[in-house]
Design a protein around this ligand. Sequence first.
Ligand SMILES: C[C@@H]1N[C@H](CNC(=O)Cc2c[nH]c3ccccc23)[C@@H](O)[C@H](O)[C@@H]1O
Length: 439
Amino acid sequence: MKKRYASTWESLKEHQVPKWYEDGKFGIFIHWGLYSVPAFAPQTWELGEVPPDETWFSNNPYAEWYYNSINVGYGPSYDYHVQKYGKDFKYEQFADMWKAEKWNPAEWARLFKKAGAEYVVLTTKHHDGFCLFPSEYTDYNAWRRGPQRDIVGDLTDAVREEKLRMGLYYSGIVDWTFADDPILNNEDLFHTASPTFAYADYAYNQSMELIDRYAPSVFWNDIGWPRQGEQNLPYLLSHYYNTVEDGVVNDRFNDLFHDFTTKEYQSGSANRREKWEMCRGMGLSFGYNAMESDDKIISIEDAISLLVSTVANNGNLLLNIGPRADGTIPEEQEKRLLAIGEWLRVNGEAIYGSRCSSRESIKYTDQIQVHFTEREGALYVLIDAKGRSQVAVTVPGLRGNAIPLDPEVDAEITAVDGGLCFTVKNFGSSQNIAVFRLN
Ligand SMILES: C[C@@H]1N[C@H](CNC(=O)Cc2c[nH]c3ccccc23)[C@@H](O)[C@H](O)[C@@H]1O
């Protein structure tokens, strides 16, 4: 019998993180929308590298922040906009330039499957307020304008066709079609939001239509929830769980409730005892930034290293792609997804369905770390030797024999006092991360 949740925090607190989310480990985030047309942002810092103050917000590397970056009236994006489109060009004119003319959702879903992802999270409405679904509550949407398609519905169908879970991102507290005071610091971020009950109801109503139309496996709210709408959250979330029993929500509802906590680049914190998720773009931006060339985005081995260290510490990795306005995925992004899929095809036994080991990760040097996962009674030792072709590490407290999951890995394991010494002479095709199963 399906559990029924009452619209109370007590009832909601009984919700458990579902097995599919614990097991899934790797998701694809997608930021796609009007901002994908200009596809511009300065390449400055990772979130959390510098304080979220005027310097950050007027040199924002997030291309999906283009509206605010020009709305502040100065800075690299403003200059770019004036030069390329002219001072009087309004952001909402991008709504008729975004055609998604080369978009094939089935192709995207096949790529995500090949990447080894278990779930996908797509922006349904980002801070600019443009909706990628035929909302009853605004015509500023991709059904009426631009692509003239139900982007959310078409991708949801294609993703589910590939037996992946579909999640939806919603910008709860920030919507620049309701309140667009320029945001120049974190106080603004949380306090320039529309203060009206009308907006709170708008966010509630759109969330309800997303739940009822698409039954998403993840409801990924961003930044916060309208303060005037906090009273409607227990009902909204109980409706969500009563509609999607094994759905999950993140921790961006004003710290009122979550299934999992979130990190974003260097921002946010995580502890191994609680389920968490790391999200980041492949470069410094979530939305496509045409300036982010192959040499400017995360390397394949760093992406796999991030997946391994995240999973070994009880997290999931939600790695973002920023598609072009025409619906194609930049080659450099596709290359990384395929390489991650390759690595997981060989080493995924230590990742999917694994659980955090009681053994903490060991950092020998900046380049050499050893992580542990456990699964079905086996212990996995994941040796991350970034940038090295050979490595020898002694892992204390281990005994027995260790088998590399990748047959191309050439390694010798010898028992030394109180542990096992792993000498890896060749990492094979495993991108400098060799995984061993200890029996
Ligand atoms: C996935 C990205 N999220 C950004 C918002 N993130 C933050 O405000 C930073 C943040 C990290 N952990 C949090 C917890 C609660 C609220 C915000 C954050 C958005 O501003 C970006 O455009 C993108 O959509």
